[in-house]
Each structure stands twice: as structure tokens, then as C-alpha cells.
Design a protein around this ligand. Sequence first.
Ligand SMILES: [Zn+2]
Length: 294
Amino acid sequence: MSELRGFYSPGLVALSVLIAILVSSAALDLTNRVTFASALRSILRQDPDVVFVGEIRDLETAEVAVQASLTGHLVLATLHANDAVGAIARFTDLGVDRGKIATTLRGAVAQRLARRVCPHCGQLVVGSTTAEEAPLATPYGVQPVVRAVGCDRCGKTGMGSDDLTNAASTPHLLLVDDDPVARGIARAVLEKNGFRVSQAEDGAAALERLDGSPDFALMVLDVEMPRMTGREVLARVRQSVHTAALPVLVLTGSVADEIEAQLMDEGADAYIRKPLEPARFVARVKAALRRAGS
Ligand SMILES: [Zn+2]
């Protein structure tokens, strides 16, 4: 939708026939004879400047959209095709006149769903890519962060899995601690309690992980780390629009109350002292998630 903001100007009237109608169009059709195309027609009577059409999937809707476009409306719509150029073939398949396609179609942009690496067998790419991977990665100039492997749960494909939906509903936590032993303990405790855990061994790695994966529900952050301290990480997280609202639970070895007050003041949502007491740790994590509404 961000591209659509480019069309905005004060006084612009935009109306849409969106997904809700798409989902219920069959039912509507039987009861009230309201179709996607008839809804679109009634919207056009209100003479909007811009019309969003959720999906063009029949000739009737396509023709109303074409008509709207011919009469000076900006029509933004989606349709199913294999690629952007395929939009033209799709319109002709639907039965739209080629001349009308030529006069009304201004552009087509392809969007496709990205496959996700299976969460059960995906491996972090540490160091360089293999000889097989390199030719795939180099044309894009990007170093992949995760490698698809294949396991029983994803049918050896390395992609997706039956319980991707479960994975999505399980809170994904980012655990940041430079001490591998402490990190291992915290991870074991969290995983035992049903959380998905990703780890970072220092502040820079944490920021990188947050940047590449927006689905973290909470960050567990050690305060005393070399190079970038937890407080610096916290400040950076709070400054970024993408992570400003991310709940952060800080781990502190300090016993000074004023340090903890200061951390809360700097944007921590909760804190817990090391060494970790598992039950208390999990309770704090759950409380912070609850407050954040996840
Ligand atoms: Zn797998």
C-alpha cells in the first residue's frame, strides 16, 4: 500500500471495493444480486478520483474497471497472472478488447509471496557460502543469512512446514547475551516454555537480526556486553521506527536499584537480575508480552 501514498493529494476522493466483498460476493450474489461488478458500478456513480478494485477476476468487473479508466478515473486493481507482463494475457483471456487494454493499462507490477525457510531445519549461514550457493547469491550482491536444509516436517523441501501457522503464533524472542553459557541457559528455559528463540552474541548482531526479521515479539537483552552495551542497543532500538514498540526485558547483573530505574527510564519494559531464576524469568517474559498485547 505504501506506493499508493504517492497518489495522494488533498481533496482526493478514493473509494474501494475490497476483500470483504470478494469473500462474501458469492453469498451476496445469491441473496441480493449484489456482485463485485455491481458494487463497483454503484461506487463509480459517486464519481471518485481513484478506485481500488480488490481483484479483477471476471469480464464484468474487468469491463467496469476499463470503463472507469476510460472516463478519467485512476483504477488500481489486482489480478492473478504469472508475472507482470502476464497481466495483458490475463485481460485478453477474460475477454477484454485489446484496443481497450492498450488505451487503459498504464502499468503492471508483479508481487509474489516469498517462501520462508523451514523453522525446524533452517541453518544460520556462518562465514561464507558454499561453492553451490555462491553462484546463486552473488548476482544479487547479498549474503544470505539462512540456509534451507530439509527435514521430515517440511517434506525435505527446506521451505515452509505444516506448522508454519503454529510457528507464527508462537512468540518469537530475540535473546542477546555475549556469554554463551548464560545464553544457553536462558534459551533452554524459554524453549521449554514454548517460545521460539533466536540468539545474538552481541549488540551489533542483535540490531542486524532485528533489521532482517520484523516478527520478534520481545527481546531479552543483557546489559553488560563488550563493544556495544545493552543500554546502547536499547537506545538504538527505541530510536528506530521499526523497533520502537518492541518489548525489551533486560538482564542485569547489577544489584543497584538506581541502575534498574534508569534502564526502565531508557525504555526497558522489564528487568530481571542474573543469575536467572527460571520461573521468575518466564513470568517476566510472559507479563511483558501480555502488556504488549501479543
Ligand atoms: Zn524442515
